[in-house]
Design a binder for this molecule. Structure first.
Ligand SMILES: [Zn+2]
Length: 261
């Protein structure tokens, strides 16, 4: 087991994508704007790996909260730390106390943001709590997302949701369609109040995390190693999740944005 702290690991290796700004998708390469309002009705995709779908969907992480309303419920924004550092905020927190018919974000359905493969399932593991991670290979992504985020050959987009109410029921390596229900907002792990923590990174394709934990004595060496691999190794570069939604929103300007979930 390495005794290195997360702060010390490969500080120089972290290429920053923090300054990325949303660019207008190239004309002709925009993903279709069609969205499926009801996740239960989303058909399983028959798309082959490596062939970007013409109707690529990006779904709100929270059922009932449309993509264009996500900025209203940010309780902690993406606050990128200096290269290779563990501190500050690697993702976005979504939370609210009262919104529409909801009296709390606790228990709101969490759904997959895009067609992806489950590459981590955590059962109440500190600090992420009940958590799930997804991989979508770069070649399956629309060109505008690949270009804006600089996703290269043999790289993938990874998305992590943390602090769910219960351990995810999805199986490791299971393929899920966009908008598939994967759990409920909770406050497991290092969460003071109910919220959804969403983290997005670019990393090498084909990575799987069998466990991930840190800061507690019960964490195994493998869980430690995986935490560092994900957080500060420099191999998984975090970026603002809203880049995805800004790209998607821009593609919706001429479409039926009222169907976005
Ligand atoms: Zn967070």
């Amino acid at each position: 087991m390495s005794s290195e702290t997360p702060e010390a690991v490969n500080a120089a290796a972290e290429r920053t994508r923090n300054t990325l700004v949303s660019s207008t998708p190239e004309s002709g390469s925009k993903p279709a704007a069609s969205m499926v309002p009801d996740p239960a009705l989303t058909p399983a995709s028959t798309q082959a790996i490596g062939e970007p779908a013409a109707d690529f969907e990006i779904c709100s992480p929270l059922a009932g909260i449309p993509v264009d309303e996500l900025t209203d419920i940010v309780s902690a924004p993406y606050a990128p730390p200096p290269a290779g550092k563990e501190d500050r905020h690697h993702g976005i927190d979504f939370a609210f106390y009262r919104r529409g018919d909801y009296t709390s974000i606790l228990g709101v359905v969490v759904q997959a943001a895009m067609e992806s493969k489950v590459v981590m399932v955590l059962d109440d593991s500190f600090p992420y709590g009940n958590a799930i991670m997804f991989e979508t290979v770069g070649t399956a992504l629309p060109a505008d997302i690949r270009d804006t985020l600089g996703i290269g050959e043999e790289e993938s987009l990874y998305i992590l949701y943390a602090h769910l109410s219960d351990p995810p029921t999805a199986a490791l390596l299971e393929n899920l369609p966009a908008c598939e229900q994967v759990g409920y907002v909770g406050e497991s792990g290092n969460a003071g109040v109910p919220h959804l923590h969403m983290e997005t990174r670019i990393g090498p394709s084909g990575e799987v995390f069998k466990g991930m934990s840190y800061y507690i004595t019960q964490a195994t060496p493998d869980e430690h190693t995986n935490y560092i691999r994900w957080r500060t190794s420099g191999n998984f570069i975090h970026f603002d999740p809203f880049i995805l939604y800004e790209l998607h929103a821009s593609s919706l300007l001429s479409g039926d944005a009222d169907e976005v979930y």
